[in-house]
Design a protein around this ligand. Sequence first.
Ligand SMILES: [Zn+2]
Length: 180
Amino acid sequence: MSDNREQLLDLSVEAEGSEERFSQVRNWFRSTGWSMADPTVYDLYYDKHPADAFGPRTLAASADANGSYSFVSGRDYYFAGEGTGGPVCRRCTVQLPLELIVPLVSEWYDGGPEPRLACPDCSWTGLFGDWDLRSCMAVASFAVIIDTGTAGYSPELTMTLLEGLRTNLGGRWVYINKYI
Ligand SMILES: [Zn+2]
């Protein structure tokens, strides 16, 4: 049996600021109708972290009422699960080999700065989080994890949420889909 999670990471947050960010982000999800409080809801992969039920706006956009939003504060490592690959260039869409970036992400996780990468094909450079990381990995100190339930992979819902978060709360939001 397979499972799916949509991982929305805010790379602008440091570990010390992650609790404050949690309050802002959860307030936004609730006040906009994307989520609603429900003390019985939790994600079995994130059961130590607070979670909300889907609000009316999510229910209108998703097939499954049994999903959840988990709010994860604190520095952690996120990856795409089965089939994790390298980051994809935003300009020419070439994908860097995974073995090239694993040591860089490892240093990042150990407390180093976010790596900067140069594309070997078009020479575009960008911070790690500015590459397309949908099937890759990243280190982040705040994340929203969406369990979409039986609706599975939900890029449309995810893109709508990312746009709303960026517009209303700012930050550096990055998306990694997780196939478990
Ligand atoms: Zn490129």
